[in-house]
Design a binder for this molecule. Sequence first.
Ligand code: ADP
Length: 277
Amino acid sequence: MEPAMNAMTESLTLAAPPAPCGLPWYAEQAGEVALFTHAHGQRLPVLIKGPTGCGKTRFVEHMAARLGRPLITVSCHDDLSAADLVGRHLIAGGDTCWHDGPLARAVRQGAICYLDEVVEARKDTTVVLHPLADDRRVLPIERTGEELPAAPGFMLVVSYNPGYQNLLKSLKPSTRQRFVALSLGYPRAEVEQAIVRHEAGVDDALAARLVRLAQALRRLGDHDLEETVSTRLLVMAGRLVAAGLPLGAAVQAAIVQALTDDADTAAALGEVVQAVI
Ligand code: ADP
């Protein structure tokens, strides 16, 4: 018998968080809404590439609500196995009963199943993803010998961050080539400004200053950073300012200190901050 499923890896959302118009608010970058809609209509799985905090999760939440599908999100980690996704037998009150994992539930419900950072998951997960991601659209359940056909509306969506790629953690061509791929980056300035304004509740002038800062920091290139400033960090800085924190303190906490633990690098970033805002 296996241990209970890791509850931390999974969340079920129908349409959260609702925006005024009823959909999670999403500012489009470049035609991804139409692409996703057509992929769903054609029953094709989608692979979303992009750096952390660039809007991948919000995009999937928006599309699930827009297409009227439930959304089941799984944050993949290096211990996540095929059984975590598919399900397992558990003992309850002396009886053994089968418990669907999040992927099996999505397949039965015709939900959108979003596997965030799929390259982190254990390699045995490809065995269950391949037959779901191609024309077969079935989920093999090894433990019960079942082959579960995907309900209409089911869609497999995976994401990964190419910046974190290494040889051990990359998608095999046989996996990649089952997906329609779409690449998101940080949005262009006017879109990012609208996102910061909307998400942080700040005025246009402050949103523009934060976006200018992001562009200056991104121009620095790697600069000993694993990853540069994301839209998410700009939103966080904006929220702190909207709550009453001075801009300098907000930027230090939400951006500079979030990007590095190294004092010299933090000082170098601080100089850019001084020069731009
Ligand atoms: P990722 O999944 O790529 O790490 P998220 O989707 O969680 O990033 O985005 C982080 C935050 O940034 C969101 O909660 C949202 O506030 C904001 N955001 C980023 N891009 C967009 C966008 N295009 N439209 C609306 N909000 C966005």
